[in-house]
Design a protein around this ligand. Structure first.
Ligand SMILES: [Zn+2]
Ligand SMILES: [Zn+2]
Length: 268
């Protein structure tokens, strides 16, 4: 989005705008998931395996499905991202174009506010999509990954991809935000999304005994969600799950088990 925002609306039509947006979202996905795959499932597989939350490797058929659905998601994100920029250029949203227009304090404040908004939006839409009446068409595809790989980050059915992309128009409608600030939020998003699906717990074991462990979400939390299908609906923070009492009863015990395993060379 930031790269694209530099263009004027006159210089490109909607087709070109959505092509650029799809390529940008796709580059981010393949770079981040690719690096995580290379490190966690290639270079450091042996060294890190004792921290693999589910102690076996995902099947290749699962990885192929995750990449396939993620590519479909890229097109939907590209279209909805382009639509959001298009209507913003028409002045229908609160997006602003000169970074100094509202000061750098607000620039960084908007990054933090958009992250909190996304976390809240994700928690509630995620819980809604677990409702038995709509789970099938919206969220079943994401849960086909019971032992996710980093490629599962965007493995959504098209209907869920539309819901997830809803954060683009929602953010620019509810708060003034510069495209570069939104781009930083998307970098944060792909980082924690990929880390949550890579399947390794990288946090130190003391985290759960500190206030940070109550605040931050962990890969163990999300992998356990894929494993159990119930509980642990959060994204970046553990606050909504704690407030609503939706953490899996074994979440903290599972985190402690994963983070206290002895180092081993065995790979499952
Ligand atoms: Zn779910
Ligand atoms: Zn997931």
């Amino acid at each position: 989005m930031p790269m694209i925002a530099a263009f004027s609306l006159k210089s490109l039509d909607f087709f070109r705008l959505s092509t650029f947006t799809t390529l940008e979202v796709g580059a981010r996905y393949f770079l981040f998931a690719g690096v995580a795959w290379l490190l966690g499932y290639g270079l450091f597989r042996r060294r890190w395996f004792h921290r693999k939350i589910i102690a076996r490797l995902p099947q290749s058929a699962d990885v192929r499905r995750e990449i396939g659905y993620s590519v479909l998601t890229l097109f939907i994100f590209g279209l909805m991202g382009a639509g959001t920029i298009y209507v913003s250029k028409l002045g229908w949203t609160q997006m602003y174009w000169r970074p100094d227009e509202r000061g750098w304090g607000w620039f960084w404040g908007s990054v933090a506010a958009a992250i909190v908004l996304h976390d809240t939006y994700f928690y509630w839409t995620h819980r809604l999509m677990h409702h038995p009446k709509i789970f099938g068409p919206f969220h079943r595809v994401h849960h086909l990954s019971t032992n996710p790989s980093p490629w599962a980050a965007y493995s959504f059915a098209p209907l869920e991809a539309v819901v997830e992309a809803g954060i683009f128009p929602l953010t620019v409608c509810v708060m003034p935000i510069h495209p570069l600030a939104f781009g930083l939020v998307m970098l944060w998003q792909i980082t924690f999304n990929v880390l949550g699906h890579t399947g390794y717990e990288f946090h130190p074991k003391w985290l759960m005994d500190s206030w940070l462990g109550k605040l931050l979400n962990t890969p163990t939390n999300h992998v356990q969600h894929h494993e159990k299908m119930k509980g642990n609906y959060g994204l970046y923070f553990n606050v909504w799950d704690r407030l609503m009492g939706t953490n899996h009863p074994d979440y903290e015990a599972r985190f402690r088990e994963v983070t206290t395993r002895p180092k081993t060379d065995a790979v499952g």
